[in-house]
Ligand binder design. Structure first.
Ligand SMILES: [Zn+2]
Length: 257
């Protein structure tokens, strides 16, 4: 399985920054998990994505979605499919695709038909998209939020999305014999643990505690969704924990597991 974390910001010289402002992971070149920078990120994956699976509707996870539909509007021969919970779909209809913030792309058709379609998923019920089996699991963040068990023929990964301390995804992951890797958030440094708790995110010590719930430490763990203003500090604190299997997911990079 191949996972790419799309870039989302620029350095002063115009080159891509390693600061992650938004979240968008493209798996096997075709399925996007969240759409924070889907329209903005330049990449070979972009034209092939037609399925977007949402973890929750915070802006940093959906910012690129309306722009992505807009960009591809005239060329789409089948609709972009957004897989999300009922509450997330309602939030997008009410607050984004409402003809105020952005056009209602569910209603506007191009020459070939519909351009945007919502597909509702249920937590704890696996569904298939483009060669992937996806199990949404509730995590401890903005209600409702999902982490995912994502599987293809090569094995499974656990992707936590945004979350504070949580349980179900680790119980599910522990039961998977084919688990290949963990992709987990760590937003804030330790000195901001109170804010992390309020905003329901992890600090490095929280990350360590979460990984101990998995009951095995032989799998590669990739850290994502680090708040850009604190990236260097969070990375240094994670390094200081000396967790041998934990590494930082390179922003704009591809990880094969
Ligand atoms: Zn969030």
């Amino acid at each position: 399985m191949e996972i790419r974390l799309l870039k989302s910001s620029f350095d002063d010289d115009g080159s891509a920054s390693n600061h992650q402002h938004t979240a968008c992971f493209v798996v096997n070149g075709e399925v996007a998990f969240d759409a924070g920078s889907l329209a903005m990120a330049v990449g070979a994956d972009r034209p092939n994505v037609r399925d977007i699976v949402l973890s929750h509707t915070h802006l940093d996870h959906i910012a690129g979605l309306p722009l992505f539909v807009d960009d591809l509007f005239s060329t789409l021969r089948s609709p972009i499919r957004v897989h999300a919970s009922r509450a997330m779909i309602e939030a997008l209809r009410t607050h984004i695709f409402n003809d105020v913030i952005y056009p209602n792309f569910e209603e506007i058709e191009n020459d070939f038909g519909k351009v945007l379609q919502f597909r509702e998923y249920e937590f704890e019920r696996e569904f298939r998209v483009s060669g992937l089996s996806i199990l949404p699991v509730k995590v401890n963040h903005n209600e409702p939020s999902a982490g995912f068990m994502i599987s293809d023929a090569s094995g499974s990964i656990a992707l936590t999305g945004d979350t504070a301390d949580t349980a179900a995804i680790w119980e599910t992951a522990s039961r998977r014999d084919d688990l290949r890797a963990i992709v987990i958030e760590c937003a804030f440094p330790e000195q901001m643990s109170r804010l992390a708790s309020t905003a329901r995110h992890l600090t490095p010590l929280g990350l360590k505690a979460e990984l101990e719930k998995l009951d095995r430490n032989d799998l590669p763990v990739y850290v994502v969704n680090i708040k850009p203003m604190f990236r260097e500090q969070v990375v240094a604190e994670i390094d200081a924990l000396e967790l041998s299997n934990v590494r930082i997911f390179p922003v704009g990079g591809l990880v094969a597991v």
